[in-house]
Design a protein around this ligand. Structure first.
Ligand SMILES: [Zn+2]
Length: 255
């Protein structure tokens, strides 16, 4: 009998919200069930979306219930499965125009660099290297809608433009549960809020402003792009990082 490798761990966040975490890189996608509709925030890391499908299967949710995918940014560990899910199930895809050239592969590298990128496995600690070498999402994916700062999408989600980690990075606030899906605008490490590592941050001053913007939101839960959600002592964790940044705290090398 063929053994199915565990590609995701399913972690509950709050009622109707789950985190799908890949144990090989701790990259997180999220699922929000609102009545009959199901939404996803980020769908890395496998371009066949097999990892994401495993999470849905564990929750007993048929993939054709997925209505929309909200992408925080183009990096493949966040976006790789979007093209496949859109093609197979007609899922609507939302992202910001600032990352559109990378989502649609207009920026894709050529030659040896691209060849090398395609040979980086879609699992494990090197996964992001694949995207960075290819300089684009693994498969072109068009947006059904380009989001704008402050916009409400699919009735319950508010868009926050949070550039810095990438040009078109965005966060999404799920208003009914006050869950902030912050992508790589913030990191959570051992129950504390942190900044992402400096080498993977494109524009430090924009990223700092975006981190402050996220911290200013009255979120009950914070769901970052890696490691796992912050569900306890959120306001204290927010205050601690806010104070650090407001005091001019330096951007640590490793986040
Ligand atoms: Zn990223």
């Amino acid at each position: 009998m063929k053994e199915t490798r565990v590609k995701v761990q399913v972690i509950p966040v709050t009622e109707g919200v789950w985190c799908f975490r890949r144990p090989s890189y701790f990259a997180c996608s999220y699922l929000v069930c609102a009545d009959a509709d199901v939404f996803a925030v980020d769908v890395g890391m496998n371009s066949d979306a097999e990892d994401f499908a495993q999470g849905l299967n564990e929750l007993g949710i048929a993939p054709n219930r997925l209505k929309a995918i909200f992408l925080t940014h183009w990096h493949n560990d966040h976006s790789a499965g979007a093209a496949s899910l859109k093609r197979r199930f007609g899922v609507r895809v939302y992202y910001h125009g600032g990352d559109e050239p990378s989502f649609t592969r207009q920026t894709a590298s050529r030659g040896v660099r691209n060849w090398l990128g395609k040979h980086v496995p879609e699992e494990g600690i090197l996964v992001l290297l694949r995207g960075l070498l290819e300089e684009a999402a693994p498969e072109a994916v068009a947006a059904d809608h380009l989001v704008a700062d402050g916009e409400i999408i699919e009735k319950e989600f508010r868009v926050l433009a949070t550039p810095g980690h990438t040009t078109g990075h965005v966060a999404y606030m799920h208003e009914p549960t006050r869950t902030l899906f912050c992508g790589d605008a913030l990191a959570v490490v051992a129950g504390r809020l942190r900044l992402m590592a400096r080498p993977v941050t494109l524009d430090l001053s924009a990223a700092r402003a975006s981190a402050l913007k996220c911290l200013g939101e009255d979120a009950r839960f914070i769901c970052p792009g890696h490691r796992g959600p912050l569900t306890g002592d959120v306001s204290q964790a927010r205050r601690r990082l806010l104070e650090y940044l407001e005091a001019g705290g330096r951007w640590p090398l490793l986040g």
